[in-house]
Design a protein around this ligand. Structure first.
Ligand code: NAD
Length: 311
């Protein structure tokens, strides 16, 4: 296997620009294509701002090319990461073009949040080279990438993708079944469903939900996953707890009515200053800065601990 690869990113928005930063900062040449030329014009500025934010050397920006021609962006790519809008038809069209314009050996990865990779790859002549890579925002700070096996993904394509992600320092895990939401978003939205139901049912107010999570099991999560926790407390106790609680948990199959009411009222969250909770501009800024600062410290601490052989 080669030591370096040509990377192409399709869609240079929030995720695409972040993914480009990850590869460029590790020395890989990256070409980014977007339908919106404004996005391409701003690409270097966005990446430079983020490199500065995380304290990385900005000289790697030379490795990033904003390419307005789709064919040229992918013609010599070894790996293509698609990060366009979350619409099945748009993604299918992009992958159909990749099948003709990218080299026959290129691995083609979709960063969809929830669309099954198999439906993106269905009928595509390059289906064996199409895999899912589900990154998390911001891609240059959150370590995980889920590598998803679609119906026709070849083992070699999955292995090569994980090897590349490992090489740039990501925590890449295989997801063996192409289920909606993969692993991370299934877990996350199981929690959000219950959190919203607790407010809807009047069990506590919205602020209390966040206080409970952040001051209890949320504190432990970075060092104690749910499976570790189940083993820690004992599977016998876990059975007793589940037999008492599971039937009571929310099982909505659609988004909660409370969410629909809020949206109809024009209360979208940070975007409008009011959602499930109310937000002043200062509180919004504090949440954003707090999150980035926390992620910076947490990921630095993780890599220092890993270097020391701990975890
Ligand atoms: N935002 C997140 O937290 C997050 C996390 C994981 C995965 N994702 C997924 O990543 C993908 C991109 O999300 P985002 O948040 O970066 O969105 P975004 O809106 O910031 O960026 C999408 C970009 O795709 C471009 N685009 C649209 N159609 C295109 C086409 N046909 N060809 C080329 N470019 C096209 C747009 O101009 C835009 O710049 C989505 O599938 C999303 O679900 C997002």
């Amino acid at each position: 296997m080669a030591d370096t690869y040509n990377i192409a990113v399709i869609g240079g928005g929030l995720m695409g620009a972040g993914i480009a930063l990850v590869f460029a900062s590790k020395g890989y040449p990256v070409k980014v294509y977007d339908v919106n030329t404004d996005v391409l014009d701003n690409l270097h500025g966005t990446i430079l701002e983020n490199l500065t934010l995380i304290g990385e050397d900005t000289s790697c920006i030379e490795l990033v090319a904003a390419e307005p021609d789709f064919g040229k962006a992918v013609s010599d790519a070894d790996f293509v990461f698609e990060a366009v809008a979350e619409r099945l038809e748009i993604k299918r069209t992009v992958f159909a073009k990749l099948a003709t314009d990218a080299p026959e050996t290129a691995i083609l990865a979709s960063n969809t949040s929830v669309i099954p990779i198999t439906s993106i790859a269905e009928g595509n002549p390059a289906a064996d080279r199409i895999v899912g890579t589900h990154w998390w925002n911001p891609p240059f700070l959150v370590p995980l990438v889920e590598v998803i096996r679609a119906k026709d993904s070849a083992d070699e394509a999955l292995k090569a993708t994980k090897a590349l992600l490992d090489a740039v320092g990501k925590v890449a895990v295989f997801v063996e079944k192409d289920v909606a939401g993969f692993v991370g978003n299934r877990l996350q939205h199981a929690l959000w469903r219950e959190a919203i139901a607790l407010i809807e049912d009047g069990v506590c107010d919205a602020e209390t939900v966040d206080l409970v999570v952040k001051n209890s099991f949320g504190l432990r999560l970075p060092v104690l996953g749910p499976i570790e926790n189940a083993d820690l407390v004992g599977l016998d106790l876990t059975i007793d707890i589940h037999d008492n609680i599971l039937a009571d948990l929310n099982r909505n199959e659609r988004a909660a009515a409370l969410l629909r009411v809020k949206v109809e009222e024009g209360n979208l969250g940070f975007k409008t200053g009011k959602g499930l909770r109310e937000w002043t501009p200062k509180q919004i800024a504090d949440v954003r800065v707090g999150l980035l600062s926390y992620l910076l410290v947490a990921t630095r601490k993780c890599s220092i601990l890993q270097e020391m052989g701990g975890k």
